[in-house]
Design a protein around this ligand. Sequence first.
Ligand code: S6P
Ligand code: ZN
Length: 189
Amino acid sequence: MNTLIQQAHHQIDFSNGSIAGKKVLTSAKRLKDMVGIFEDKGSFAIMDTNQIVYSVQAYLPVEEGKEGGLFYGKTTIEPGKVGDEYFMTLGHFHRNMDRAEFYWGIQGKGILLFMDEDRKCRAEEMKPGSLHYIPGKIGHRTINTGSTPLHFGACWPSDAGHNYEEILQNGFPVRVREIDGQPQIISVS
Ligand code: S6P
Ligand code: ZN
């Protein structure tokens, strides 16, 4: 039997995690899409709100919501701050609450915040090669604390879904700010 060896359908650039191939979705969040997310409204008001805070590539090989598949994603958070608060993702819980996810750091440095259903938080440092397991029922937000783009990869179940409402309404009880030149996690509620 002659078995044909085919090329993989997708190719990852290991320098930043970006993926090339068919049906790769891309999206971006600009400052204007994040009104009310950062605490310092005065600083926000004088910034160019067209600037990109983060962008996402996603490869969804099966239909979203279908059980049994996996999705691959790559997020890039630009370096920047609103006042002294670093650029970050919106953050979410999974709609299907008990679905877990892996993140891994590729380039740049940052912080991954975890929040449980009682709003208790913990944080892990993200850097090239760091691997992060996000269990089910845990909200997650990522922050770029460096001066270069933070690139990280993600893999999650195709039936996880996203619940943004809870975090849009109530935020996280901590914020990550630059204080004396260093990132610090500050309790806010
Ligand atoms: C999806 C995964 C990531 C995020 C991305 C943006 O489950 O966690 O691909 O979607 O980092 O964050 P957010 O909170 O805007 O979805
Ligand atoms: Zn997620």
